[in-house]
Design a binder for this molecule. Structure first.
Ligand code: ADP
Ligand code: MG
Length: 251
């Protein structure tokens, strides 16, 4: 079953690593232009979910549809509409910024003619135009992340996945990245699924999904979750959910 209205549909996804249950019957729908934060502590299963969404890992059961295309049965068509920034940097540090971006463009069959202009414009929007011919290894962590973000969007995907992209960034780079993500949502109407263990990054999301030990504990707008948990802030709601789970309380 798939639904074209949803840019991303995750159905009954289950994944084990040997006997360890990493994801248990995950169901998530993301609509066009929605910014959803997947909030979970370390080990919750966020990166496992992203590995399945990017076709690197097979689920035991369930499926994911990107713009209606199954990642299991139509991976090439599904991945056409997906942009991803992984938790660990995956950029070639020995290549220049331009060559990294051109390589990705060619992988997606994008013609080189206008793409250089586009890359220059995108780099300029981060004040990185003077780094275009530099090897990636000389860039700061924040600059590398920005190049990875540009790369993830070069083929104009419908949904962007970012796995803890702000980890290791200084406060100003973190703020800049958050602002950029909100611009992509508001101006470019991009759907975004963003993982984090930092509650403040989830506060402005359209919806928040709280994941813990491979299970979804809550899905809702930040204010719905705060209200349901009968607390004053998303941070308190998050900790209450995780604590209740530890004590096996019913919420
Ligand atoms: P998160 O990204 O939320 O921190 P992960 O998806 O990386 O969580 O990991 C979820 C759980 O699965 C963790 O307990 C982790 O130790 C375990 N895990 C992740 N990858 C593997 C693997 N390749 N083999 C065995 N266990 C794994
Ligand atoms: Mg992770």
């Amino acid at each position: 079953m798939n639904n074209i209205q949803n840019i991303l549909k995750i159905e009954n996804l289950t994944k084990h690593y040997n006997d360890f249950l990493a994801l248990k019957k995950i169901n998530i729908d993301i609509k066009a232009g929605e910014l959803v934060t997947l909030l979970g502590p370390n080990g919750a299963g966020k990166s496992t979910l992203f590995s399945i969404l990017s076709g690197m890992l097979s689920p035991d059961r369930g499926d994911c549809y990107i713009s209606g295309k199954s990642i299991i049965h139509e991976p090439v068509l599904a991945l056409k509409n997906l942009g991803i920034v992984f938790q660990q940097p995956t950029i070639d540090t020995e290549l220049t910024v331009l060559d990294n971006l051109l390589f990705h463009a060619r992988l997606h069959g994008i013609k080189t003619k206008n793409i250089k202009e586009y890359i220059f414009k995108e780099l300029s929007s981060y004040n990185l135009e003077n780094k275009i011919y530099k090897k990636v290894k000389i860039l700061s962590g924040g600059e590398k992340r920005k190049v990875e973000l540009i790369r993830s969007l070069i083929h104009k995907p419908k949904i962007l996945l970012m796995d803890e992209p702000t980890v290791g960034l200084d406060p100003s780079s973190r703020k800049e990245l958050l602002l950029k993500v909100h611009t992509l949502k508001n101006k470019d109407k991009l759907s975004i699924l963003w993982t984090t263990h930092l509650v403040d990054e989830a506060e402005k999301a359209d919806r928040v999904i709280v994941l813990n030990k491979g299970e979804i504990l809550k899905i809702g707008t930040p204010s719905e979750i705060i209200k349901k948990m009968n607390v004053q802030s998303l941070e308190r709601a998050f900790f209450k959910l995780i604590e209740s789970e530890k004590n096996n309380d019913k919420i």
